[in-house]
Design a protein around this ligand. Structure first.
Ligand SMILES: Cc1ncc(C[n+]2csc(CCOP(=O)(O)OP(=O)(O)O)c2C)c(N)n1
Ligand SMILES: [Mg+2]
Length: 587
């Protein structure tokens, strides 16, 4: 452990008698955390009081789930653990959905839950529930703090776990008496391990012999292809990825989480693969070697495990050893950090790079033609003048209007799938943030709040379905109070659209519990004291987005009236050609 023993850090450390809540706040202060999101209660009162006294930024959220979502997005943008909290019982259980998102997506979080006073636990205390058992499988690690004196040590441990290996959320479960109780601390108690304050805290390199085997396989491949996921972002392997791809002339396809691993506009980026794709699925079928990096090869990425074909050898570079071979056998398993592994592969293949580029020139030469054919086919939708507005046109306008450094946060419904397929990031990095860990609807707005706080001065746009927006509407109040210049695009189809589209495709158009009221979310926004623009004409999209992004201290809702036709909702290039066989999941 590298304890930060610099003079500045030592002088900053508190000492003396203080409450557990104060000690927790002091540890977070010394750890340099960003804004925190939560809703208070009796158990954590000393913690809240200390936050105020220490001048730390903490935002009251209207639903703890949204606090967890906001912390998740904050962590994705900064790489530093996001912080959220909830009171015992309902506060703690409301955190579950958000924390599972972070667990599944590998995002570092330190979450805090108050718990009952142990002098009275299990006597029907108000709001008491078996929260530790409920939360334990939702997080990477749950740490129950049993002694006030151990708060600094166990907070240090929470950061260490959150940022090590595959990052994830850690829940500190703090009984009321531990938080309210006092202890005489020394300055040394408040040591900080500076190496654990951002993920990844440590990098492990794949085994040398495995790198050599992988390098031989790649060297012999005529049509190698990289399939990358969110692990590139977690590892911040951007430079290593683009350098390797360019040196070896290997195209890159990505999952929704992996978008932005290399810029979407890069010549080697062949777009999304899996359930929805431009040309990447065809390239997978025709490949003779797949290098999978930081990607779980889960259901959506593999069209429910139908891709890739079994005969194509897979090299799987992954930080979590047991994920390798879980869904598809790996010809070569590379256990390690994405950046380190790509650097090692590049080095192992450096001598052959020139010859590889010449040998693969024709292969790479296919890509522009394939992309152009795809785009010609998709053009009527990408540039559609339809009213209600076509989703593809909305994506085109996002591509035209959002500047390179902006961040698009995409909610779990169609908003995420359409933009996953059609939104183009212009630079590498976390400029597209979908909640694919658990794919809950309702992430868009609170995720936008977290991202906007993480990147002040950068335009942040959150795109969400009307159903997802309804779920978390109260957070518009949070965004207003926080004076965030966040733009929220509501995909207003007056429906739980994904469900409706599936019922259209698979249930003969019998719609059940799939319709929402016709609403004017711009008017709702204005009534809540924030900006609201209703857009029904596709030509008005660009100016509305620009107006939203020009606001710096209040949010703007851009309510976009999109198609109500469930036959036009699925993000395939051509919705009319969906073929359904018994038992198929078409989308
Ligand atoms: C919490 C949660 N409940 C249910 C679902 C299943 N689901 C996926 S998309 C979708 C439709 C959501 O409607 P909306 O947010 O309006 O998006 P649309 O599909 O209409 O664009 C639903 C219900 C989910 N992803 N998350
Ligand atoms: Mg909808």
């Amino acid at each position: 452990m590298t304890i930060n023993n610099s003079d500045a850090s030592r002088q900053n450390r508190p000492s003396g008698t203080m409450t557990g809540g104060r000690a927790l706040a002091e540890m977070l202060r010394l750890s340099g955390v960003g804004p925190m999101f939560g809703m208070g209660g009796f158990q954590l009162l000393p913690f809240y009081d200390a936050l105020g006294q220490l001048g730390m930024r903490h935002f009251l959220i209207n639903d703890e789930r949204c606090g967890a979502f906001a912390a998740d997005a904050y962590a994705r943008v900064t790489g530093r653990p996001g912080i959220c909290d909830g009171t015992l019982g309902p506060g703690a259980t409301n955190l579950v959905t958000g924390l599972i998102e972070s667990t599944n997506a590998g995002i570092p979080i330190v979450a805090i839950a108050g718990d009952t006073n142990r002098a009275h636990s299990w006597k029907n205390m108000t709001q008491e529930c078996r929260q530790a058992e409920i939360l334990r499988p939702a997080v990477k690690e749950l740490i129950r703090i049993e002694q006030t004196s151990r708060i600094p040590e166990l907070t240090r441990r929470a950061f260490a776990v959150a940022t090590a290996g595959r990052p994830g959320p850690v829940l500190l479960d703090v009984p009321e008496d531990v938080c309210h109780g006092s202890h005489d601390f020394t300055a040394d108690d408040f040591a900080i391990d500076a190496t654990t304050l951002a993920a990844p805290s440590r990098r492990i390199r794949p085994d040398r012999a495995d790198i050599e085997r992988a390098a031989r396989l790649i060297a012999g491949a005529k049509r190698p292809l990289m399939l990358v996921g969110g692990g590139i972002h977690i590892s911040q392997a951007y430079a290593a990825l683009v350098a390797f791809a360019e040196a070896q002339a290997i195209p890159v396809a990505h999952t929704m989480s992996g978008k932005g691993s290399i810029p979407c506009v890069h010549a080697l980026n062949v777009g999304l693969f899996g359930r929805y794709a431009r040309i990447a699925n065809e390239l997978i079928e025709a490949s003779d070697c797949l290098l999978v990096v930081g990607c779980k090869l889960g259901e959506i990425a593999t069209r429910r495990y139908a891709l890739p074909p079994a005969h194509i050898p897979i090299i799987h570079l992954e930080i979590q050893a047991e994920e390798i071979g879980r869904c598809f056998p790996a010809a070569v398993a590379l256990w390690g950090d994405a950046r380190a592994g790509l650097e090692d592969l590049a080095e192992a293949l450096a001598g052959d790079a020139g010859a590889a580029r010449i040998a693969r020139a024709d292969y790479l030469g296919e890509i522009p033609g394939r992309m152009a054919a795809w785009e010609a086919d998709a053009a009527p939708r990408l540039y559609s003048r339809d009213r209600p507005i076509h989703m593809a046109r909305l994506c085109t306008e996002l591509n035209r209007t959002l500047p390179a450094e902006s961040i698009l946060v995409a909610d779990g419904g169609f908003a995420g799938h359409w933009t996953g397929l059609l939104y183009d990031t212009k630079i590498a990095g976390r400029h597209f943030i979908p909640d694919r860990g658990l794919a809950s609807i309702g992430y868009g707005l609170p995720g936008g709040i977290g991202a906007a706080m993480a990147a002040p001065g950068v335009p942040v746009v959150a795109i969400t379905g009307d159903g997802g927006f309804n779920m978390v509407l109260g957070e518009l109040e949070t965004a207003r109070r926080a004076r965030l210049g966040l733009t929220i695009v509501v995909v207003n189809n007056a429906a739980s659209g994904y469900v409706k589209a599936l019922q259209h495709a698979m249930m003969g158009g019998r719609y059940q519990s799939a319709d929402l009221s016709e609403m004017d979310y711009a008017a709702v926004a204005r009534a809540m004291g924030v900006g609201g623009i209703r857009v029904e004409d596709p030509e008005a999209l660009g100016p509305a987005l620009a107006q939203g992004m020009a606001e710096h201290d209040r949010p703007t809702v851009v309510d976009v009236v999109v198609t109500r036709d469930p036959g036009q909702m699925l993000p395939a290039v051509d919705n009319r050609t969906v073929e359904i066989k018994q038992g198929d999941r078409v989308a």
